[in-house]
Design a protein around this ligand. Sequence first.
Ligand code: HEM
Length: 236
Amino acid sequence: MVKPMIILFLLGALQGAVGWIMVASGLTGDAIYVKPAKLALHFIFAMGLLCYTFWFALSLLVPPSQRQTNKGIAKWIIASLSVLLLQLIYGAFMAGHKAATSAPTWPDINGDMVPPNMWRSEEGLLNLIDNRITIHFIHRGLAYLLLFMVLYFSWRLLKMQTGKLLSAIKFLPAILVLLQVVLGIFSVLNSVKIIPNQWGIFEWMAQLHQLVAMFLLLALIGVYYLVRSGKEEGNG
Ligand code: HEM
């Protein structure tokens, strides 16, 4: 266990360093919030640490007999994890920019499905990380894409003969992604009720939305752990 312990220690130290970089970005001039890009960096590093810890725990706790290689589903989960990574970054942009109130409508974004003001020419590529409406559009679009991908591989899992552990968790990603989309929608719609310095319905929704995102990530990792191809398996 020496190697994983060293990696865990280093990831923990890195997280502390990135945490400070993020906090420092909110201590400049008269800033009262941290920079969204640095919030995103801190959040993603935290997720990396969480995933590594979980993977390490799985490698200790899951008996090899519970693993059932399915390369097709494993590839879909990797693709879903890639989209989720981007989605988590955009979630942090949403939170960091306090973007919810700039388009508190659903399914449209302030009356449009494709808003006209997503590309301010003077900002160029910065629109992708600074323009609240562009961030809304990308965060919502990625959510629908992820929903489709997760439901698709869950349907394939449904048709697959699965062992005890996989049967117990195989629908978690589908349940969590559906819940996550609903919480996102409720967050957007309830953002009109935000009262500064008060904890209300929006704050509850947004916190749950962040928590469920982490559980969704762990659920994808858990299912991937069970279906990924490995040297020791041959029952695919
Ligand atoms: C599977 C789909 C989704 C995932 C994984 C996801 C993930 C996240 C995460 C992780 C955050 C918070 C990041 C942080 O606090 O640092 C966030 C924020 C947010 N998301 Fe999503 N999201 C999803 C779908 C949606 C949808 C469909 C909507 C709305 C239609 C939405 C609206 C929001 C809003 C308004 C915030 C900002 C909340 C705040 O200000 O604290 N999300 N998202």
